[in-house]
Structure formats: C-alpha cells, structure tokens
Design a protein around this ligand. Structure first.
Ligand SMILES: Cc1cc2nc3c(=O)[nH]c(=O)nc-3n(C[C@H](O)[C@H](O)[C@H](O)COP(=O)(O)O)c2cc1C
Length: 312
C-alpha cells in the first residue's frame, strides 16, 4: 500500500507563529508538521532569548515544528542550533531560499545560491559539529536555475534529512509561474529526499503534482492553506490509499467477527461474498475484484485475493 502524502505547513513570517500554528492545527487538522519562520541573524550576533520565544516547547505542543535559521555565519548558526537542541529539537532547517532583497543583498537566503563554495564550506564546518539533523529549504537559484542544479549532486554526500525546493528564482520573488519542469530536473539530480513547495492552492492542483512527481511523498503548502484553511484536510480525506487502509481494517475486523460467529468456511465466505457484490464497485475496475472473490472456495485463497486487491 502506498504511504499517505505528508503535508508540511510552510513558514510565512509574520503569520505562522506558534499561536497561529497551534490554533490552525486544532481547527483545521491535515498537516503533519510545520516549519517555523526563520530566526533572523542579529546585527552584532549577540544572542537574545526572545529569538527563541516562538519555539518554546510549551507554545508548540500540538503541531510538530522544525526551527529554521537564516544564518550564514557558521559559529552563530551552531550557537543557536545548540540552544534549539537544548529545547529538545532534533532537526534544524537552513534557509537558502528567502528572496527578500534585504536578505539576499547580504548573501543570505537565496542570495547565497550563486556562491556554492560558501555553501559547501559552511556545511563542511557546521555538519560535523551540529548536535542535531539538518534540512535545507531553497529555490532553483537566485539569478539562474543552474545554480541549484549544479549544487545538488555536491550535496549528496552530506547527511541532510531533506531538501525542500520552491521552484522559482530568488530574483522572481513570488512573480511568474513555478517552474515544474526545472523542479523535475532537480529531483532527478539529487539522491536526497526532496519536498515540493509552491503554489498548491487546490486539491486538483495537488493531485496533478502527485501524478507528475510520484516519487515525492512530502509536500509543503503555505499561502494555499492560508487562503483555504481546509485544504490540507481535503487533500488527506480524499487520499485513496487512506480510504483503502480504512476499508481494509474494516474488512479484517468484520471477517474476524464472522469467522467466530459462523460455522464453517462455506458460511463465512458466503457472507463475505454478499458484501463484496457491493463493495467491489469501490475498487478500480482493472482489479476485477468481484470476479476474483466470486471464485474463492477456501479461506486461504480468499485471504490471498483480498491481500492482492488492496495491494497498490
Ligand atoms: C510573507 C511571507 C513570509 C515568508 N516567510 C518565510 C520564512 O520565514 N521562511 C521560509 O523558508 N520561507 C518563507 N516564506 C516562503 C514560504 O514558506 C513558501 O516557500 C512560499 O510561500 C511558496 O509556497 P506557497 O506557494 O505554498 O506559499 C515566506 C513567504 C511569504 C509570502
């Protein structure tokens, strides 16, 4: 059975703080986790406890969250990461995607993508010293979509949990369409687990992307979920593998119950077949469910056929 898609609430600085994340999860379940908006590097790199307020565990009980750092100074990054580790965080995300001119002009966020040697030097220094796992959120590039593409194979040897890609360039900000083709090329160029992020606003867009990128199992949604808070729930509810899972559990429980109640396999299979006359319609026609079930004469064969039908 295919695993259900995992949905991550994107960080939207100024909106998705801990209070928003908690209430959102309470009222609109559907997201599996969230990424916190970035912690901004301080001008004089002095640490202020209020920087961590949004990430205090007592404010983040309902929605699992991964903190994010925008820092490019390795020592400052390590310092904050160790504070986050003390708070109990097992992963930190590095922001290599922010397009804000105030950020990119300092060669931070997507502004660092034209400088791959600095990225590699940063990882070489930070990763061996980091007390937790690390993931990256990024774009196709700042100026040019070859920036990420040429960087990706070099990232294969680093132990990153995942790379979240928003398929736009930094200089585009949020203008223009997301470049799905370039995303597909990046996906093929990396051995890391890749998360898709960008412009998912409806269930049908999501399904289209799922079909286009069957390898992707994690999806990040930001503005689409703000515009339709039910979006993640709608995506989850209509997920066919989830429905199949529920159906199989229901079937198994019913089968066990009749197995105890009815005497002999002929009665048991007869009863289950009555149900399958109707239930077969739920499964795709190419499974030929009813034809296969109808022929079962033994419990063993029946169980084999059911397992086969629910295999995806
Ligand atoms: C106002 C605003 C604030 C954002 N803040 C962050 C942030 O703090 N960290 C980050 O990685 N991305 C940030 N993003 C980018 C989003 O997380 C996401 O990558 C982007 O909106 C594309 O996804 P979407 O189309 O699903 O919204 C921000 C985007 C907006 C519009």
């Amino acid at each position: 059975m295919t695993e259900q898609a995992k949905l991550i609430l994107a960080p939207i600085r100024g909106i998705t703080d801990c209070f928003f994340r908690t209430l959102f999860q309470q009222y609109f379940p559907g997201f599996d986790s969230s990424l916190a908006p970035f912690i901004n590097p301080q001008r004089h790199s002095s640490f202020q406890p209020k920087q961590l307020k949004d990430l205090l565990p007592e404010h983040n009980r309902l929605m699992p969250v991964v903190p994010q750092l925008l820092h490019t100074n390795a020592e400052d990054f390590l310092f904050l990461a160790s504070r986050l580790h003390e708070l109990g965080y097992k992963e930190v995300n590095w922001n290599l995607g922010c397009p804000a001119p105030m950020v990119t002009k300092k060669h931070r966020g997507s502004g660092l993508l034209p400088f791959p040697e600095q990225i590699i030097a940063f990882l070489d220094h930070v990763l061996p010293r980091l007390p937790m796992a690390m993931s990256i959120k990024t774009r196709l590039g700042y100026e040019d979509k070859n920036e990420l593409l040429t960087l990706l194979p070099r990232l294969d040897s680093y132990p990153l949990t995942e790379i979240i890609i928003h398929p736009r360039l930094g200089r585009q900000l949020y203008r223009g369409k997301t470049d799905r083709e370039a995303f597909g090329i990046c996906l093929a160029a990396s051995e890391h687990s890749i998360v898709y992020n960008g412009d998912i606003t409806t269930v049908s867009e999501f399904r289209e992307l799922q079909e286009q990128f069957p390898k992707i199992s994690k999806w990040m949604i930001g503005r689409g979920a703000l515009a339709n808070p039910f979006l993640a729930g709608e995506i989850k509810k209509s997920d066919i593998s989830e429905k199949h899972h529920t159906l199989l559990s229901f079937h198994n429980e019913l089968y066990t119950c009749y197995r105890e109640l009815l005497s002999g396999q002929a009665h048991l299979l007869g009863r289950m077949k009555q149900l399958w006359i109707y239930l077969s319609a739920f499964l795709p026609p190419e499974k030929k469910t009813w034809k296969k079930i109808k022929k079962c004469r033994t419990e063993e064969k029946y169980q084999q056929v059911v397992a086969d039908i629910f295999k995806t």
